[in-house]
Every structure is written in structure tokens, then in C-alpha cells.
Design a protein around this ligand. Sequence first.
Ligand SMILES: [Zn+2]
Length: 449
Amino acid sequence: MSKTKGKQLIIPKRIVTADPKDSILKGYAVEILDNKISSLITTDKIETKKYDEVYDAKNLTLIPGFIQTHVHLSQTLFRGLAEDLHLLEWLRLKIFPFENAHDESSLKIATQLSINELLLGGTTTLLDMGTLRYGEVVFKEMIDSGIRGFTGKCLMDVNDLYLEFKSSTEEEIKDIQNLAKNFHNSEEGRIKYSFSPRFVLSCTEGLLKEIKEIMKDYLGSIYHTHSSENVDEINEVRKRFQRENIEYFNSIGVLDDHTVLAHCVHTSANERKMLKEKDTRIAHCPSANMKLGSGIAPIPQYLKEGISVTLGADGAPCNNNLSIFNEMRLASLIQKPVHGTGAMGAKTIFRMATIEGAKALHLQDEVGSIEVGKKADLVLIDLDSHDNSYSDDDEKVYSDIVFSSSNQNIKDVMVDGQWLVKERESLIYDQKEIISKGKAELKKLLKRL
Ligand SMILES: [Zn+2]
């Protein structure tokens, strides 16, 4: 990526900041110096000659880039190939064999297709679960694409569901040491390492504990795993450890404020107490929870108890989409029949997909809102299209974004001061090329099964 970004100015119709006051600004422009927001200035004070680039976006709304705290970049090639199954069967019959059949070329195109889809939908920061092999391929693609986020090797040193798809504890430790040393905080901190044990049933206790120790050498890294997603899974955890999933994590000392647990659909009052006490973060993935028949996570309860909740699309084969808009909409709607129409309002959801995501990943000083000094991770969205509301009232922007919009409304996307999507066109990937490569690599991969 080019490092020279110069001085840019964006003049939008309005700015939805997601700052602590939820300010919505009209008559303001955003000045960007290199990769940071250097000033918010009133439009009457603009001197266009001062800038290398001025973008007059007066029909568009400027919002912070979306943050997804649980995705699987490696799985996008498998979209549509693992339908109508519960979690453990979905893993055993489909996902583990598919991921096991990845080579470097198929993983590279899967990662490109994922990042392409995420960027076109306005997601600028992600937390990826990785896969068992070729972790460096994912890092290199994240670096080259310009997106922000965390990835790491998906750790599996036991696997009763699919025996071939695992590694030894020693190899897992060696690999993550290499990857973390090479890639953590690369690209001036845009890329970070996430230690990613897949879930309790795929890791020995020794591995789960040791990586928490190794994390201490990599400040700002994240411990990212799945937890308490499905009833069969938690029954199996109970059988093995005589404890609930989160109680087990707590007993081995891996819960803290740098741990992100995907799902947490089934939790007890005692587990919720532990999540709160340890300030552990939850990545809520409502589409995946519905599609795999896992259940509805008690998110209003978590929020009431002061537990951090953010959003992720999970993987393409359990969604089947990586759109934050689907997750935002569902996260709100699935709770209303039980918790009342006042639960999970649009502004709460919008914050979960922006600033709360940043806080969960300890990136709140850098991204998640539009404030002076933060990195320029910005999205321009058209809220005046035929499928949005016809009122210009400020407060309705949240429901327009959460309930009425889709990826189609996203026009321009900037990460770290660099345009990656302009006028709905990716500036990174040739669409025809990556789709045809994806199809060709998938064909080859399926022959390797
Ligand atoms: Zn997942």
C-alpha cells in the first residue's frame, strides 16, 4: 500500500460520529492528514487549495468504519456447501474436511474474497479466527489489502470430530511464536496477532494455558475463541470437565479483558458473573446462531449486566453472508419478541458495530468513532436511496443504517487514510478475476477431499 496520503478533505452531508455524546454533525468537513483525522472544520472555513484531495460528498453520510469481532476469512469459498446442519455435524462433515483441504492458493483466494466482501460492505476492522495451516498467507493478504485487524493460527491439538485436522501441541506453539513475532503490530500497528484456540473441544488444557502466557510478550494481542454456542457442544464440555464452558475457561485462568468469546448463546448466571468480573468480551453472531439452530444469545441480559457485546458475521458457510447490516438488523429483531420492542434499539446496535467493537479489541483510541486524532477509517453511506426513510431528521439515521440499509448503500470506504472502495468499486480487487479464481480453486480443493 502507498504510504503517502497527504492532506485530504471529505465534505459529507452529515457525520454520525459515534463519539461519547453520539454527536451528529451537519455543516462540517473532516480533514485527514496522512492516516489520521486532523480536524473537524465547519464548511464555511474550508480553503480547498490547502488539500491534495477534496471529496465533495454532500449527498452522503459519513460514519466510522464497521468493526466485526468474529469472522473466518478462510471459509468464504465454502459458502452454500454446508447447509442445514447443527454445529458439531457442520464441523465434522463439512467445515473441518474443507479447511483441512486448503492449500496456500485456495486459502489466499478465500481470504481475498472475504476481505473484498467485508470492505464493500463497510467493514474496516476485523477479528479473524484463522485456520490450522498457512497462517502467513492470511497475514500477507491482510497487509496487502489495506484492511485493519487481527488474525492468527487457529489452534487445534485434539480433534475427535475429524482426526486428520489437527497438529501437535509443540508444533502449535512453535508456529504461533513465529507468526506472532513476524506479524504482530506490523504495518504500524494496523495488523495484530490474535491467539485463536478454536474451542474447548479442540485444545488441550496445556495449550489453552500456555498461549495465555505467550500473549504477555505481545501487548495488544487478543485471545479469541468460540464458547457456549450449541447445546451438544456444552453437553460434551460438561462431560469432559464437569463444568460449564465459561466456568472451565475461568478455572484455567484464560478469561480477562483481552479475551473475546464468540457466541455465548447458552450461559448460566454464574458464567455471566464471571464474564462481568473478568471483563471478557462477547462477539455476538446472530445469523450463524439462527442458521446452525444454536439458539438466541441473551444479549439484553448481558448488556444489563454490563458485559461487553459486539458483532460479527462468523463464516460464510454458516451465514451465508459477511454483511454487518444483516447482523445489526437480526441482533435487534430477534430480541424484541421476548424482551419487548424497546430492547436493542438502533443506536445501541450501531454503537456495538462501531465504537463498542473498537473497545472490545482495545482499539478505542485509534478507531470506532469519528474524532480528531483517530485513524481515518471512514465510510460514506447513501441514506437517501429509495429504500431509506424520507425524513431528514438526525435521530432517524440510526434506524436507516440498522434497519433499512444493506451493503448496496455503501459508497466509499477508507482505511488508515487510504481509499479502498470508491463509488462502490473495490480499488484493491478485480471482481471478475477473484470470483473466477475462487471457483477454480474451490474445484481443485474439492478434489483434494
Ligand atoms: Zn466462528
